[in-house]
Design a protein around this ligand. Structure first.
Ligand code: BTN
Length: 253
């Protein structure tokens, strides 16, 4: 059995997962909370985490892969969350590179992977994979500035779900997918990811770290998990990080 560290309130399950990982908890251990007071998102954003409305968990993994493979973990986790939610909620989840979970054209959840990929004298390599999914939230549970861009399983499906059941399914699928990843099956995982890719073939804008803005057609993640865009001049651009935005005319709202 994989351990679960359950809390009513924490600052961030990822922070606690990181500490536990440094203390040596086993692969597959998870931290789960009813509520977070400082939930963290990607790119230094915060993750709104009201009590018992969403799934807030972090899973510690110690994958038997090389350090250079670690950036693919977020894509693996995104696919696992999508597969589990499809099964348990009967919905059709889309993915937006690199870490967004979408339903009905709005953001439903996200993944925050924090990694310590190289074993050293401080301990063995690990990654903490944080998963946030809006499950039973109503519109009034979201801050006003987010309400038009986010959704929950309840808002899309019209019925509540047991958050612990959702967690158990997600962890089961994720640990299975990590095992596939360790066995060299990233190409199959990527192909499944690409079938859910909401940006594929769409016109997008991406701002490089240098500040240069690239506009072009999104070609999806490549075999290294980096996003490929063909810019307006026909050049391939590889996106390593940052936000990729859909052109307004492509969003449909
Ligand atoms: C994102 O979309 O920017 C990623 C959001 C990740 C949120 C989850 S909630 C559980 C875990 N603990 C955190 O502090 N963040 C992640």
């Amino acid at each position: 059995m994989y351990p679960i560290f359950s809390f009513e309130t924490v600052d961030s399950t990822n922070r606690i997962g990181w500490e536990l990982a440094l203390q040596g908890v086993a692969h597959g251990s998870a931290v789960k909370a009813d509520r977070q007071t400082s939930g963290r998102g990607r790119l230094d954003r915060s993750w709104h985490s009201p009590a018992q409305k969403g799934l807030y968990c972090s899973i510690v993994i110690r994958p038997q892969v090389l350090a250079r493979e670690y950036p693919k973990i977020t894509l693996v986790a995104g696919l696992s969350v999508a597969t589990a939610l499809d099964k348990i909620c009967g919905c059709k989840i889309s993915l937006k590179w690199p870490n967004d979970i979408f339903l009905g054209g709005r953001k439903l959840g996200g993944i925050l992977t924090e990694a310590f990929p190289i074993a050293n004298d401080k301990g063995a390599a690990f990654a903490v994979v944080g998963i946030g999914v809006n499950i039973n939230s109503r519109k009034e549970d979201f801050p006003l500035e987010l309400v038009d861009r986010v959704t929950s399983v309840f808002l899309e499906i019209g019925r509540e779900h047991n958050i612990h059941d959702v967690f158990k399914e997600i962890r089961k699928v994720f640990l299975g997918d990590i095992s596939r990843f360790e066995h060299g099956q990233f190409p199959e995982i990527l192909a499944e990811w690409q079938r859910r890719d909401m940006l594929n073939g769409k016109m997008v804008t991406w701002m490089k770290q240098s500040g240069e803005v690239i506009c072009g057609r999104c070609l999806g993640p490549d075999s290294d998990g980096l996003l490929s865009i063909m810019d307006d001049l026909g050049n391939y651009q590889m996106v390593i990080s940052g936000d990729v935005l859909l052109h307004v005319e492509e969003t449909g709202f």
